[in-house]
Design a protein around this ligand. Structure first.
Ligand code: S3P
Length: 173
């Protein structure tokens, strides 16, 4: 199996929770890129955006992504914007096996509404604003997400099905 496995997709698409389950099943370690960034800076993602700005965050995101991709025996969950700048999608696809957790804009709205607080791009938005931000960002980002090796559209994918699809990919190569 090509490793590391890298989960990509929009905010609140379920990357971390699926990543943890997949890692447990495969006996791999789980790494969350945002957590690594927070550890490095010693402050939260929200504070990094607030104190240092998004451009600073994006530069750091690429730098730490390059580092974590060196670890083979990992399942890695990336922040929603990570593969959408600096040619990071090519980097990710070159190093590992990428999986896109695809959700509809309506699903994303439902999920993000409940989980906005720690996400600086959406924390202060009302429902109408949130809906248009999802539309706008998905219009820009889909082209990157869709380059993943595997695209998972099921709402609650079963780990066993996911593993089957990963194995199928290897056979097709
Ligand atoms: C971002 C997604 C966040 C985090 C940051 C920016 C984005 O990660 O990296 O707030 O641009 O979509 P999650 O996808 O885990 O929310």
């Amino acid at each position: 199996m090509k490793l590391p496995i890298i989960l990509i997709g929009f905010m609140a698409s379920g990357k971390s929770s699926l990543g943890k389950k997949l890692a447990r099943k495969l006996n791999l370690r789980f790494t969350d890129l945002d957590t690594e960034i927070e550890k490095r800076e010693g402050i939260s993602i929200t504070e990094i955006f607030k104190n240092k700005g998004e451009a600073y965050f994006r530069a750091l995101e690429t730098e730490i992504l390059q580092e974590v991709l060196q670890n083979k025996d990992h399942v890695i969950a990336l922040g929603g914007g990570a593969v959408c700048h600096s040619n990071n999608i090519d980097l990710v696809n070159g190093f590992g096996l990428s999986i896109y957790l695809k959700k509809s804009n309506a699903q994303l709205l439902g999920r993000l509404r409940q989980n906005k607080e720690e996400r600086p791009l959406v924390a202060d938005l009302n429902d109408v604003e949130l809906k248009s931000l999802i539309q706008e960002k998905m219009n820009e980002r889909a082209v990157f997400y869709e380059q993943a090796h595997l695209i998972i559209e099921e709402d609650k994918p079963k780990i066993s099905d996911l593993l089957e699809r990963i194995q199928q990919l290897e056979v097709e190569k």
